[in-house]
Write a protein that binds this ligand. Structure first.
Ligand code: NAP
Ligand code: GLV
Length: 313
């Protein structure tokens, strides 16, 4: 890295602190790790590793050079009206992409092979006939053809799935039927047997999956939301599940987390709740990414890629 020790402020939920700090101590021995409660002059902090710092908090550090989010989603960070004008570096990590693709493949296969119904039948000791389509009969539509969406496509295609994707700007991805922009959304949705959300949460994508969007899906299509809860209008999804328009949903991210105990998703027979565990890079992978970014910046370069504050991702 560099001769002089750089300081990394870690603003994390308490439950996560030891995991990251222990890993960083081993992997980044030349970085001074600082916690918000440490008595250290604010001007000595040059990097911040953060999940969702309170609004205005990062503005206290006048010599920050870069902000590094824990994850790929940055909506909590960009919501700060006083966010310092330094690069917010994207957490792009092969380890995170692989884990996400594995989650998507797992749940696409579960939906296609009617695994939820098979589990229900087992609970009743019912030896039913289950006929499933094959991957070749199944189109998976990915909302968001960015880092994770494109990677997921590379896992789905070799299994035989037809893959289509939707993005804000035009894309050309081998083996993927690409749709672009709001006007193409109904046509995109109309061909999805399994709809997967890998969109960032921005003002444009908030509540995008509402009753109108769900009605564009073929009857009986299913949904996997591995991005952010705010992309879905929950009441509309529950109504679509109840009336059979949507056959089932696997949901990993929610507007309020942890999901409140009385939230209808917990007990809905057609919903699988996973506790925001689709993908997180390991501390080793995160530390390697931090080292790469700090090295770039300390050498006078611009870290890359960075969040575009105008688009919000
Ligand atoms: P990314 O590389 O920034 O990709 C985002 C994609 O969404 C891009 O293809 C982008 O289009 C598209 N998009 C954004 N706004 C759009 C709009 N208004 N209309 C159409 N398309 C739009 O992000 P990523 O790294 O793949 O991550 C995606 C999200 O996954 C993150 O923001 C985070 O919320 C979530 N995530 C969840 C977990 C988990 O464990 N559940 C883990 C990691 C990430 P363009 O390509 O045209 O820009
Ligand atoms: C996790 O949700 C992330 O945004 O990385």
């Amino acid at each position: 890295m560099t001769a002089s020790k750089v300081s990394l402020l870690c603003v994390l939920p308490e439950a996560w602190r030891d995991y990251y700090l222990d890993g960083f101590r081993k992997r980044l021995p030349d970085v001074q790790l600082v916690l918000p409660q440490d008595a250290i002059p604010p001007e000595s902090i040059t990097y911040a590793f953060v999940l969702a710092p309170p609004p205005g908090y990062l503005a206290r550090f006048p010599r920050l050079k870069a902000i590094m989010p824990v994850g790929a989603g940055v909506e909590h960070i960009l919501a700060d009206p006083d966010l310092p004008d330094v690069p917010v570096v994207r957490m792009v990590q092969p380890d995170m992409a692989q884990r996400m693709s594995e989650y998507i493949v797992q749940h696409v296969l579960n939906h296609m092979r009617r695994y939820r119904e098979i589990r229900e039948a087992q609970a009743r000791q019912a030896w039913n006939l289950f006929v499933s389509p094959t991957a070749q009969d199944t189109t998976v539509g990915i909302l968001g053809l960015g880092t994770l969406g494109q990677h997921a496509a590379t896992y789905l295609r070799p299994l035989g799935f037809k893959v289509r994707g939707w993005s804000r700007t035009p894309k050309s991805v081998q083996g993927v039927e690409c749709f672009v922009g709001d006007d193409s959304l109904p046509e995109f949705l109309s061909g999805c047997d399994v709809l997967v959300s890998l969109l960032p949460l921005t003002p444009e994508t908030a509540q995008l999956i509402d009753a109108q969007a769900l009605k564009c899906l073929p009857r009986g299509a299913s949904l996997i939301n591995a991005s952010r809860g705010g992309i879905i209008k929950d009441a509309d999804l529950i109504a679509s599940l109840d009336n059979g328009e949507v056959s089932e949903a696997t949901l990993d991210a929610f507007d309020i987390e942890p999901l409140p105990e009385d939230y209808p998703y917990w007990t809905h027979p057609r919903v699988t709740v996973t506790p925001h565990c689709a993908s997180a890079a390991t501390v080793e992978a995160v530390a390697d990414r931090l080292r790469e970014v700090i090295t770039q910046v300390e050498r006078g370069g611009m870290p890359s890629p960075v969040v575009d504050r105008t688009t919000g991702y």
